[in-house]
Design a protein around this ligand. Sequence first.
Ligand code: PHE
Length: 329
Amino acid sequence: MAELEAMIDYAKDSAALEQVRIKAVGKKGILTEYFSTLKSLPEEEKKTFAKSLNALRKSFEEHFSTKQKELEAQELESTLSAQRVDVSLFNLRSKQSIGHPVNYTKDKIIEYFTRMGYELCEGPLVEDDFHNFTALNLPEYHPARDMHDTFYFHDNKLLRTHTSPVQIRTMLAQKPPIKMICLGETFRRDYDLTHSPMFHQVEGLVVDRAGAVNFAHLKYILESFLRYMFGDVKVRFRSSFFPFTEPSAEVDISCVFCQGNGCRVCSHTGWLEVLGCGMVDDNVFRAVGYEDVSGYAFGMGVERLCMLSLGIGDLRSFFETDLRLLEQF
Ligand code: PHE
């Protein structure tokens, strides 16, 4: 027994301690063997011998578990000190400065239009009914209001559903000529593969004397913008309707995924819708007190342009803050 205890005391780690355990109480261990001799002893000796054997085993187990705890504590201490992390160390692979694809697209759009002489304007996110709807030729009860799935507050306040109210604010604050773009957050109650409750729009507005701005100017600026964004694509203008423009058009580009041959993304039409535009409706000019002017306006979704130019399938992934997506750009 003294020998076993000495072996326990000398064990340097758990593996060595385990060897002692096997030597004592393993299949062929010393104590195990003593226990197996019990059978062959005469009845009267059996009892006393069993008693002393049990006492030995108990003392062995106590000695063993004290040492076991001691070794475990030592081993934990040494792994902890080996894996110590210096939290004050500067992280050279910091991911904080990865650009977001939506920001990248925003910057690219701003770069194009500012170079073309457009002034960058801003407006509030919490709008009122007048700027978001009424002044844009969408009077109360106009059916097109329903399409906007608006978030409303009290007192006629709402989260702007498009960037078009910035047209109104700019015209009320300045005299023509005007050549502006606005880029910012817009909100609608919508959530699926291609919609999120917050998204970004770009708005463009050009106003000058009557007859000085026409549809050909609009067509030129948008065609060249879309080729700047998407490279060599076909562009087509499709007649459409917006309350604030007349005539109005929606603009499509040939599908960037199948080069216009037809695929799942373009619903096998070969075309992708990218923006809305038109000549500013006279009722809008009247609402801001402009006379004898002509103008065009256009609006587009930044996330949509970003998804198409970078081939991202789910708009919601932009807002899930998953670095694995961001790391790809
Ligand atoms: N405001 C429109 C929308 O959100 C887009 C648009 C802007 C259309 C300007 C025409 C002119 O759908």
